[in-house]
Design a protein. Structure first.
Length: 215
């Protein structure tokens, strides 16, 4: 089983590197991660109520997280069963699905845009490009700071954009990949230390830490 996962993963990595995201398709259907985000947002709106005590928010957050993961797992299991019926053609479809959840070309393109901006427009061009991939204000960064910020962003995002998804797919197939991406998306949306999400998103944040630590 792992051997077939590795072959499909290799195909997916090659496809993602050379083709990347089908942006025209996502404009029509939405990206699968955006579907995950829709579910997370709905559960957050229904179960994370401002008047609830911290303990209740924590319990509701844990329940919401369980629902998210269960939905991702069930969806992936159903898709996997359908793909098995398609024989070798199912492998190609599965490779395309896996490629959707990998971000190596996206990361490469964003970092390359910083280099291109520096070459074409100097420091201001580099700052504009790096602002697309970092959370802090790059207005006071010098040329070295812009380069460091882009490399740091690449290193930080390579784990949850490439390494961890590839690891969980190699070990558990589509269910592992789907569950990991749901965990990662939940952390990015509700795993913050804000008043609203400190308790509700605690399980999501802890699960993401664990899911990224193992690979």
């Amino acid at each position: 089983m792992i051997e077939s996962h590795l072959i499909i993963l290799l195909l997916a990595l090659v496809a993602d590197w050379f083709i990347g995201e089908p942006e025209a398709l996502w404009r029509r259907t939405g990206h699968p991660v955006a579907w995950f985000g829709w579910l997370i947002d709905r559960l957050d709106g229904v179960l994370n109520r401002d008047g609830d005590a911290p303990e209740r928010r924590y319990r509701n957050g844990a329940a919401a997280w369980a629902v998210m993961v269960a939905c991702a797992l069930l969806s992936a299991l159903i898709v996997g069963l359908v793909l098995r019926l398609l024989g070798p053609f199912g492998w190609l479809i599965e490779a395309a699905i896996v490629a959707v959840f990998l971000a190596q070309k996206s990361l490469k393109d964003h970092v390359a845009a910083v280099a291109d901006g520096l070459r074409a427009e100097g420091l201001e061009g580099g700052r504009r490009a790096v602002a697309e991939i970092v959370g802090r204000n790059p207005a006071h960064l010098d040329r070295g700071g812009v380069c460091r910020a882009s490399i740091e962003s690449l290193a930080e995002n390579f784990s949850d954009g490439v390494v961890a998804p590839a690891f969980w797919y190699a070990v558990f197939g589509l269910p592992g990949l789907a569950v990991y991406k749901m965990i990662n998306t939940a952390d990015s949306m509700i795993g913050h230390r804000t008043v609203r999400h400190l308790d509700f998103g605690r399980v999501a944040a802890q699960a993401d830490d664990l899911a990224n630590w193992l690979p």
